[in-house]
Design a protein around this ligand. Structure first.
Ligand SMILES: [Zn+2]
Length: 423
């Protein structure tokens, strides 16, 4: 990063803002003897602490809200992470800041930006109910109950996706027909499920742009979306309940960081800046002096920065998302494999609708597959041999062709589940 980087200046201003206005940061920086006015490009990494969601949970709300804000402040939007109840993180931010972050995020994709910034545009959202900012996304609610102030209709779906009844699918399809959205904002696994249901009924979904939130986005779910939508209608993006919109795919297919709205650091295992091509944790700082500033916040998302410039012309760095650190496959020799590297090996064979690879022990895996009518006996041989090529010839992969795979307790669907390691 060069010295005149305006985003670095904004970051240092945010540090000052947080120090002056947020009790948690004032305490933490005082304890470390940090003098905010003396921070510069060469010193902030040594001097400023990294933070994570434990800090926010522990100090919420009084310790982390900026001066002048309270939870019932009329300008604030509430959002919460999809974690299980005990882990769930509640966040507040100024609605206008969140909207501005979303708009700058879409800059790398003019097609999506045009639709997103149209006045009165309508969005249909299809994702796990508690990821959708409405408590009332329950199947028993009406369309009106699930309509958000920003023109988003949250479609009804069960918490455990594959238990969604045919009647509820019919309702979601009817509501799409009735609401006439301009944009789909969806979880890719959920949307692939909905598209299979359209197909079963011989129906076609509206031909509108689709943005898919990154949440275990698999090649298999992308293949099913691309059966209905041309590449130009479809962009992946990364968002989080704490930050809002973080990265979006450009028309050239790269996922660009939203560097107009955030200060990003890609850090290696030793918390040093990672090189392009190396595995890194994504750490984010807000720079818009909002209600809940975040400094050097560790997201837990593991990414790799791509080399070189993108042909779309954006100067913003581009990344691939390797997966959540907690979902990595851990082999006995200390080697780790990201959910993304597993998904690339599985690929998008046309006989496969949904899968889950779960690691049971260092050398034991269960591969559950939901297949379609193109499946034939031994179709999976190539997939198994790819996996063994990476994980080792001696690993035991138990194969199960099933018609149901459970979602996580959070409502998200996890395609690759590493072994839980006690830390
Ligand atoms: Zn690009």
């Amino acid at each position: 990063m060069n010295m005149e980087s305006p985003v670095l200046d904004k970051f240092l201003e945010e540090v000052e803002y947080a120090y002056q206005n947020v009790p948690f940061y004032r305490k933490a920086l005082d304890k470390l003897g940090v003098i905010t006015g003396e921070l510069c490009q060469d010193s902030y990494q040594q001097k400023l602490p990294l933070t994570d969601k434990r800090d926010y949970r522990k100090n919420f709300p009084i310790g982390v809200l900026a001066k002048g804000f309270s939870l019932n402040h009329p300008m604030l939007n509430k959002s919460q992470s999809s974690g299980t109840t005990g882990e769930r993180l509640v966040t507040f931010e100024i609605g206008m800041n969140l909207l501005q972050r979303a708009i700058t995020c879409t800059q790398v994709n003019p097609y999506i930006q045009d639709v997103f910034t149209q006045p009165n545009r309508k969005i249909c959202r299809y994702a796990a109910p508690n990821c959708s900012d409405v408590e009332c996304a329950s199947p028993h609610s009406t369309l009106q109950d699930r309509l958000l102030a920003d023109g988003t209709l949250v479609l009804p779906v069960y918490h455990d996706l594959l238990t969604t009844s045919p009647q509820l699918v019919d309702r979601a399809i009817d509501e799409i027909e009735q609401y006439k959205p301009d944009l789909f904002y969806v979880d890719p696994t959920h949307f692939a499920f909905l598209l299979r249901e359209y197909k079963k009924r011989g129906l076609t979904p509206p031909r509108i742009p689709v943005i898919t939130s990154y949440s275990a986005a698999t090649e298999v779910s992308k293949r099913q979306i691309l059966e209905f939508y041309p590449k130009t209608h479809f962009a992946e993006f990364l968002s989080s309940s704490e930050m809002g919109w973080i990265a979006m795919q450009c028309p050239s297919g790269r996922l660009h960081l939203n560097e107009e709205s955030f200060f990003f650091e890609l850090l290696d295992r030793n918390y040093e800046p990672a090189m392009a091509g190396d595995l890194a944790q994504l750490c984010i700082s807000s720079i818009d002096q909002g209600a809940l500033p975040h400094l050097r916040y560790q997201t837990g998302d593991m990414v790799t920065q791509l080399h070189g410039n993108c042909e779309c012309g954006s100067k913003n760095r581009s990344i691939v998302i390797e997966g959540r650190e907690s979902n990595f496959i851990q082999l006995g020799d200390g080697i780790q494999h990201s959910p993304l590297s597993i998904d690339r090996l599985i690929g998008a064979p046309d006989w496969l609708d949904l899968y889950q690879l779960e690691q049971i022990e260092h050398e034991k895996f269960i591969l559950k597959m939901i297949v379609n009518k193109k499946y034939q006996a031994e179709s999976e041989n190539a997939v198994i041999s790819n996996l063994k090529g990476l994980l080792g010839k001696s690993v035991d992969i138990r194969l199960e062709v099933v018609d149901y795979i459970a979602s996580e307790r959070s409502g998200k669907f996890q395609a690759v589940k590493g072994m839980k390691i006690d830390k």
